[in-house]
Design a protein around this ligand. Structure first.
Ligand code: UDP
Length: 377
């Protein structure tokens, strides 16, 4: 403790680490949950560390935000910037203005960002310009596809990050190629899997299970939200038709992302086997993922979860920033041509899909490693 005026009134604790944890969108909540849980444990043990959770409001309703806080036992955000929806630039600027105001009234000494969403990049820039150290969890992954907004977020964030926590050795190699010294890179594993492992026993059936009398391994789970796949109505329509046509009569459950919902409403699609439902809570979604015959997706995080659960996963993308899910896991990239769906589905139905293995350090202990390292800074 250091007293600026001889200990009479105001005391500044120069040792205490004050961390801002930034979260704005669905995959962020899943990643911060175990980190906050470990920080709380460290505080309980008497470590001089504190945090405030800053929700940017990029995703804001119960389906995309609130239910994750409840189910993953995340305490409510200390600050909510309430930026709401908007274009990339509208959201980026609103988050930057909001976070700068927060820091102007009360600084922190570390800004921890996760993943690759707009909030990740926007808050990293604001913090760095105020000379606050930036910590990036899930640093270094690259799709090498500059048409993805997430790839731009990753590259910008990593270019100003001070400490890099990585999910794989390859992510660390990507950073080294970029000129980052090895001493700033920490291979800790995957916080998304921490959450998966911790909550797996609590997954439960969504109401659609009984409504449709679903049975284990007798349905297909679908998610799509990448601009390249869903922004063109015609392409989206072709994907959906082809998935239903090749699913051998099994129901296709499609919890729909708000971005995709906007487009699909123009499509007038009416396919008996296709069940479009609201986004599911984490515990319900992963109940379906764990029990699906196959998951078809263009999400990144879901390919990691299916890899760990050993569920076949078809990815409708030409590239991935998570190659381990393909090389080691159960994921296969089939590109963005709907004609590629049939051969992949034939492989699923003839039981020729690979069984896969779990990447190194995807063991549920990543957040523990992260907080241990933070305490040593
Ligand atoms: N997810 C969920 N409900 C849904 C769809 C996905 O809880 O209806 C979870 C999923 O288990 C994964 C995360 O959301 O943990 C993935 O989010 P998203 O696909 O939006 O982001 P990405 O991983 O592509 O960045």
């Amino acid at each position: 403790m250091y007293s600026v005026d001889g200990g009479m009134t105001k005391t500044i604790n120069i040792k205490q680490m004050k961390i801002d944890i930034i979260a704005g969108a669905r995959p962020n909540f899943i990643k911060i949950a175990p980190i906050i849980s470990e920080i709380k444990k460290a505080i309980k043990k008497g470590n001089d560390i504190s945090y405030r959770l800053i929700h940017t409001g990029q995703h804001y309703d119960s389906n995309m935000s609130g239910s994750f806080f409840e189910q993953l036992e995340i305490s409510l955000p200390d600050i909510n910037l309430n930026v709401g929806s908007g274009t990339q630039a509208e959201q980026t600027s609103a988050i930057m203005i909001g976070y700068e105001k927060v820091l102007s009234s009360s600084d922190s000494n570390l800004c921890l960002v996760v993943g690759d969403v707009t909030s990740t990049m926007a808050c990293a820039i604001v913090a760095k310009k105020r000379n606050i150290k930036v910590v990036h969890v899930e640093a270094g992954i690259r799709s090498d596809d500059m048409t993805m907004p997430e790839e731009i977020n990753r590259i910008v964030t990593d270019s100003i990050t001070d400490y890099f926590f990585t999910t794989t050795l390859r992510a660390g190699q990507n950073l080294i190629k970029q000129g980052i010294p090895n001493s700033k890179i920490f291979f800790v594993g995957n916080v998304m899997i921490d959450t998966l492992n911790k909550f797996r026993a609590k997954f439960f059936k969504p109401t659609i299970w009984d409504e449709l009398r679903l049975e284990k391994k007798q349905f297909i789970l679908l998610t799509m939200h990448r601009p390249a796949n869903v922004d063109e109505e015609l392409l989206l329509g072709c994907f959906l038709n082809e998935i239903v046509n090749t699913s051998k009569g099994l129901p296709v459950i499609f919890p729909i992302h708000p971005r995709t919902k906007k487009i699909i409403s123009k499509l007038n699609i009416d396919l008996d086997q296709l069940h479009i439902i609201a986004p599911l809570s984490y515990l319900e979604f992963n109940y379906l993922a764990e029990n699906a015959k196959v998951v078809i997706t263009d999400s990144g995080g879901i390919t990691e979860e299916t890899t760990v659960m050993g569920v076949p996963c078809i990815t409708l993308r030409d590239n991935t920033e998570r190659p381990e899910t393909v090389v080691l896991g159960t994921n296969e990239l089939i590109g963005t041509n709907p004609d590629n769906i049939r051969p992949a589905m034939d492989k699923i139905f003839s039981n020729q899909w690979k069984s896969g293995s779990i990447p190194e350090k995807w063991d549920g202990k990543a957040a523990k490693r992260i907080v241990k390292i933070l305490l040593n800074f």
